[in-house]
Design a binder for this molecule. Sequence first.
Ligand code: 0X9
Ligand code: ZN
Length: 441
Amino acid sequence: MSAAPSAAVRSALTLALASVLLTSGAQAAPRELRASRFVQVRAADKFERSRIANTGISIEAVLSDSVWGFATEKMVDSLKSSGFKVMGNFDASVARGGHQDGFDFPAADARYHNYTEMTSKLKFIAQSHADIARLSSIGKTLEGRDIWALHINSSPEALASRSSTKPGIIYVANHHAREHLSAEVPLMFAQHILTNRMQPEIAALLEARDIWIVPMLNADGVEHDIATGRYQYWRKNRRNNGDGTFGVDLNRNYGFQWGTGGSSNDTSSDVYMGPNPFSEPETQVFKAFVEGLPNVKILLSFHTFSELILYPWGHTHDTIGKQDDLRVHEKMARTMAAWNGYVPQQSSDLYIASGDTTDWSYGQLGIISFTFELSPRNTAGMGGFYPGAKIVDKAFADNLKPMLYLLDLANDPYRALTNRPTGFLKSYVQPQPELSQFWSR
Ligand code: 0X9
Ligand code: ZN
């Protein structure tokens, strides 16, 4: 974890906040109620961080002595009365406009894909490799957008039936709206393995595995985040909670140990868990999708930011009880971290959070599961979610080998515990510079 923010970081934060505040009140649309304070709270360890998370604050950055997060006034008061020191407290409220299709990223970030662009790129990729790839909708978001899954399998029957006897892996991203980088990395991965499909190791993996890529689960939230031409710092989905607040945190809505800590029943909280487990169409769709794929052995959920490789549990400080599973998660996380320089740790070492994707996929279905928190490594301010277009290539290059490693191990993750952890994968194909052409528009 990084040290306390430097003066430079603090002034970058102030600038970021200033630019957010400049947008306040610019629109005529009614103001939504939301967690509108951005606060820094002193926290010495994971236990204090978990107590802070329990108030309903969404922790966005963990420093050695403190955390930054979004809070309501009420949460700030309750923190103070519980004896926590609030070191920074900014008004981060943003007035937002209405919602319609066709929004886009600010020009400097045009490299990122909005929902329409994501849809066309996925269609293009699938059409370009129609013999081994197919795009399908696995269901709809609350606002009716298709949730796309790219299926890669060398068997035409598997593509047609959307089921396979080959060992499977799921890469899913963008549970959190503002974490746009998280969708780019699996999208580039799809393009990479298909473009390099004749390369012997990749060819062997494509022949032997069932691959599913769901790059934008929270499409409504993504579109909302870019709806006004300025980022909205939006995290949740777009559920109208009926009380002036919007959104359920999809990464608190899964039904394994739901609501047992680090999530909130306050609708204005950024970590609002929803009225029930799996109350949201997006988590329902993903649940049914994963449950329909009994061949899947590994799941990777992409988030941003902090450069971490996380594994269950997230809802408790206890470690996974099944010793082999604990060892396999630890070994795989450490192996991947040695390649990408991320920090491997149990999710709850960060802070307790219940109802997240990977506690469910491992806890309920026994799938070996990881959450990657992509770049940047640290930023004390709110800029961590909006690191700019340049970071996309780095995040992809950092994570290509880990993604291939997971694909390789998907037939038997416990192979990671042996001295010969990889099967097909002896080396890996470097990202090709010319691919950047394809991604820049
Ligand atoms: O809090 C989250 O949902 C994830 N971090 S993020 O900044 N992308 O929102 C982390 C989830 C990891 N799980 C637990 N800490 N339990
Ligand atoms: Zn996230």
